[in-house]
Design a protein around this ligand. Structure first.
Ligand code: FES
Length: 141
């Protein structure tokens, strides 16, 4: 039986920080953690990162898409207790969507909204990032 077609995510221009120029976030009391170098982020490929926070460890995914960068916690709203794959392949960019490989939920890459799958209508947790001096930094309040 053929699988149902997954709707393609709409393109949302200017939904993330610019990729090719610095896009400094707020200057105040935010803490910055470098999570990736732009040179290491190929278009359409995900990178996994982990960093410590005052609330504990945070695992995330970061990617560049159409000249913008995006980052999310690497937990799926369907089964958030499932651990992220250590090799970073829990999610993938497939057919214009960000797809959870466990049960094939498809999310809009630019917003994290689930379009189809077992958690349709739920959202990935988007992380605040900035691009500065050729690297992507996670912003923590
Ligand atoms: S854990 Fe992501 S779709 Fe089930």
């Amino acid at each position: 039986m053929p699988s149902a077609a997954v709707p393609r995510a709409p393109t949302i221009p200017h939904a993330g920080p610019p990729l090719l120029a610095d896009s400094p976030g707020p200057d105040s009391e935010w803490t910055r953690h470098q999570v990736a170098k732009l040179d290491d982020l190929a278009e359409g490929r995900l990178a996994l990162f982990a960093c410590g926070t005052p609330q504990g460890g945070l695992n995330g995914i970061v990617f560049r898409l159409n000249d913008y960068c995006y980052a999310y916690r690497s937990t799926c709203p369907h089964v958030a207790s499932l651990p992220a794959s250590p090799d970073g392949d829990s999610f993938a960019l497939e057919g214009g969507n960000l797809v959870c490989r466990t049960h094939k939920a498809a999310f809009v890459p630019e917003t994290g909204e689930c379009l189809s799958g077992p958690c349709k209508g739920a959202w990935l947790q988007k992380l605040d990032i900035e691009v500065r001096k050729g690297a992507v930094h996670l912003l923590m309040a």
